[in-house]
Design a protein around this ligand. Sequence first.
Ligand code: SAM
Length: 248
Amino acid sequence: AGTLYVVATPIGNLQDITRRALEVLKQVDWIAAEDTRHTRQLLAHYGISRPLISLHEHNEASRAEQLLVRLQNGECGALVSDAGTPLISDPGATLVRRLRDAGIHVRAVPGPSALIAALSIAGLPTDRFAFEGFLPPKAGARQRVLESLKGMAHTLVFYEAPHRLLASLEAMQAVWGADHAAVVVRELTKRFESVQGETLGEVLAYFAAHPDEVRGECVILLGPDEPRSASPALDPAVVLGDLLEKGI
Ligand code: SAM
């Protein structure tokens, strides 16, 4: 049987693709893509021409069966999404699960993802973080999700569409307060890449004053509610307890 390669593609800067990704895309029998027109343009940029098969959330289950048969017949394929790493807030999980269940080899060809790129420049704790993907678009559902996340001792990472950025930041401020640590990272790897921090109040004030910058793709990061102390042994109460126990 053949192999499916899950291939990461650029999130804005066309230089951000690995040599291995280009080799794999050149050699596979077909490439399953979220938007074939978008991927055709990307491939044209690198001088690659392979048959493209559309795979999006509405046809993924039936496509998975077709692609499984092709892989079982010895073909090799690649899966790409419009940007970044497939399956990360993008289609592909149904396909990968189906192939793995059928014993097909699925291999990673890693590369860019907005999630990791945003964490790498936000300056918030990264030892523990939770990826929350997109919030629900409706205010009530969004509020319930945000309230369920209050009190988390790790950094929270959200994907957001530009036209919902302000509404989401306001909803976050209502739950965490204006002084809570927050960073918005926009246009990663593109010409106008920007990072705004340090608190929810500051970020909201910034975008209210610069409405022209409320566009482009963005990632919102919130700091932990209760950062864990780096070394629990240095908790004064614990240290004092130890000393008293030893009779020092
Ligand atoms: N699979 C992609 C990945 O690995 O990052 C994510 C796809 S998801 C449909 C698109 C969202 O990712 C955008 O709404 C935005 O939140 C984030 N995103 C993608 N590219 C970005 C960029 N260049 N700068 C900032 N955020 C980006």
